[in-house]
Design a protein around this ligand. Structure first.
Ligand SMILES: Cc1ncc(COP(=O)(O)O)c(C=O)c1O
Length: 399
């Protein structure tokens, strides 16, 4: 794939001058560059892409096909289909004990990706600071910058299961800090927060008078303890946008559907951006999402149980090989320590791919704190994981 620089050289126009300087300054995703290499190789076992290996459950697919056949091919209202918002309100109440009014406090988004984007754009004034733990999901820093904000990371540590500490939040805040961006269970580390830890974060948020964008896309994929929504604590609902989705829990990454729940003033502001830039989330995907919540929770649970079994296997294998790996609390990623191999994360990932045809993601794609780590996605078949682990074992032993 030609990169932006080489395209610029080939062109008559100087695109570096024509494009927004902010866009020019933002690097392309480290993950994508890697996938381009993987796509050109044969017989690669990929532990790279962060998406379920399952296809969307049939009952959801059938609803979508039916809805198209029945002529649901038009726009919906900007906030999304009322019956889907109703269903999301019930789901949030039943699963996470949080109350949201489906008419004013819930909107349907084009994936959690769009939710993050418009939640940030609707609050950031130029120069506002947004804090978040690092390593983090790759989109956070670029999205904050694109909204005119200043990303400020708080380093989290392997020895502390990569969780944020309240005093670190206090220290990271200054007069420009507007909000904290949370993600638990986390991509890339798989770590999550027990109820008592979420409560401590909530206290720090209130103490520092922050808004919260809480990316809880992996909430339903929590293995060892129940997920606690931060908006369930007193005083938190009024300052939090809770982002949830269908991509990971219902194996619906390609449908591009998610939701945002929060105070009506904030949702109203997000809807302003949404109505001009997106109009509405895809109608067919909204229909499918409603069926997912109404009739496919058991399918979701089966997939979660399957990830849990794979988690056990891969974590045991990594530790047996000698690459220290914490037991992820949720999501479907391991974040393994590779420092002792003497290779950087990128060297490890590149050489492993060249020599053993296994694709993993260098940890520093998720921030500099990820240096010395690799991320593996275990949402792939146990057979694939077995072969991949044999190859990683051989690779590490040869170094
Ligand atoms: C933490 C996190 N947030 C958001 C997303 C994007 O999700 P969606 O497919 O709903 O846009 C991902 C996808 O990998 C993710 O890992």
């Amino acid at each position: 794939m030609p990169n932006v620089e080489s395209q610029v050289e080939e062109n008559v126009l100087n695109w570096n001058e024509r494009l927004s300087s902010q866009i020019v300054s933002i690097p392309s995703s480290g993950i994508r560059v890697f996938f381009d290499i993987v796509a050109q190789k044969k017989d690669v076992i990929s532990l790279g892409v962060g998406e379920p290996d399952f296809v969307t459950p049939q009952i959801i697919v059938n609803t979508a096909i039916e809805s198209l056949r029945n002529g649901y091919t038009h726009y919906t209202g900007n906030a999304g289909i009322p019956s889907l918002r109703n269903e999301i309100s019930n789901y949030l109440k039943n699963a996470y004990n949080v109350d949201y009014n489906p008419d004013t406090e819930i909107m349907i988004t084009v994936g959690v990706s769009q939710g993050i984007d418009i939640a940030l754009r609707s609050i950031i004034n130029p120069g506002d600071g947004i804090i978040y733990g690092s390593p983090s999901y790759v989109s956070y820093s670029p999205m904050i910058k694109l909204a005119g904000g200043i990303p400020k990371t708080i380093s989290t540590k392997f020895s502390e299961n990569f969780i944020l500490k309240p005093d670190e939040i206090d220290n990271a805040c200054d007069s420009q800090t507007k909000a904290i961006l949370l993600n638990y269970p986390s991509n890339p580390t798989g770590s999550s927060y027990q109820k008592k830890d979420v409560e401590k974060i909530a206290d720090a948020v209130i103490k520092n008078d922050l808004l919260v964008v809480s990316d809880e896309i992996y909430a339903d994929l929590s293995y060892d303890f129940a997920h606690t929504a931060i908006s369930s604590f007193p005083g938190m609902k009024e300052r939090t946008i809770l982002l949830g989705g269908f991509s990971k829990n219902f194996a619906m990454t390609g449908w591009r559907i998610g939701f945002a729940a929060g105070p009506k003033e904030w949702i109203k502001a997000m809807l302003k951006i949404h109505q001009y830039s997106m109009l509405c989330a895809p109608t067919v995907a909204q229909m499918a999402a409603e069926t997912a919540l109404k009739y496919a929770l058991h399918e979701r649970d089966k997939m979660r149980d399957s990830y849990a079994r794979r988690r056990e296997f891969i974590v045991t294998e990594f530790n047996r090989i000698g690459l220290e790996t914490l037991n992820p609390d949720g999501a479907f990623y391991t974040f393994s320590r590779i420092e002792k191999t003497g290779l950087t994360s990128m060297e490890f990932a590149q050489t492993l791919l060249e020599q053993e045809n296994v694709a993993v993601i260098p940890g520093d794609a998720f921030g500099e704190e990820g240096n010395g780590f690799i991320r593996c996605c275990y949402a792939t078949s146990i057979d694939n994981i077995k072969i991949a682990m044999q190859r990683i074992d051989r690779f590490v032993n040869k170094i």
